[in-house]
Design a protein around this ligand. Structure first.
Ligand code: PGA
Length: 227
């Protein structure tokens, strides 16, 4: 099976970057581009995903976007529970679960992000934290994806060792036999090949490096040849 690349622009990028992606990737398979919400309704051959939804189905929540609106414009994937949402917007596990449920109810695949902080990692608590996050964040469904993103690896240039990713993903696979499992956190054009080569890593979630069209092309090329 071909491995996945999910590009999370965060609050970066422009219409020009979307056009660059369109030119570079056209309708390439196994690539999901998550630009800011304003770009989700652009006519493009790319598979677009959202970065967030509101936890309510609709109503008086000025400035917010619902899952049904995303579905309305053809969006099939949405990041849920990214560590930046948890950190800057106070999103806790139960809220993450509510959002994931709303996605599923609107035929959108939630890509649920989980991962330990540096302190938890250093205390050897990674699996314990992940076990709790899986229990509290995941609806009972096989139609979701999970992205393992150690918080300390996001945007820092640091990554776990290959052995660490291997054992963490083996742990996740044991619990989530058929779920697509992504790794995220400082994936770049230099480490993508080794990370994508790790068993039970079905793809990568890329932040910083995806803002550079040459880098994301290199990562995508690596994914296309990984098994
Ligand atoms: P990064 O971000 O690749 O810049 O570490 C990954 C993410 O936040 O999904």
């Amino acid at each position: 099976m071909k491995k996945w690349v999910v590009a999370n622009w965060k609050m970066n990028g422009s219409l020009q970057l979307l056009q660059d992606y369109q030119q570079a990737f056209g309708n390439s398979e196994n690539l999901i581009v998550c630009p800011p919400t304003v770009y989700l309704n652009q006519s493009t051959m790319l598979t677009l995903g959202a970065q967030n939804i509101n936890e309510h189905p609709k109503g008086a929540f000025t400035g917010e976007i619902s899952a049904s609106m995303l579905a309305d414009v053809g969006i099939k994937y949405c990041l849920v529970g990214h560590s930046e949402r948890r950190q800057h917007f106070g999103e806790a596990n139960d809220l993450v679960r509510e959002k994931a449920e709303l996605c599923l109810g609107n035929s959108i695949t939630p890509i649920i992000c989980i991962g330990e902080t540096l302190e938890q990692y250093q205390a050897g608590k990674t699996l314990e934290i992940l076990r709790t996050q899986l229990k509290e964040c995941l609806p009972d469904s096989k139609d979701l994806w999970v992205a393992y993103e150690p918080v300390w690896a996001i945007g820092t240039g640091l990554t776990p060792t290959t052995e660490e990713i291997l054992s963490t993903h083996a742990f996740l696979r044991e619990k989530l036999s058929t779920v697509t499992l992504l790794y995220g956190g400082s994936v770049n054009e230099n480490n993508a090949e080794s990370i994508l080569g790790i068993p039970n890593v079905d793809g990568v979630l890329v932040g910083g490096a995806c803002l550079d069209i040459d880098k994301i092309q290199l990562i995508y090329q690596t994914s296309a040849s990984a098994n």
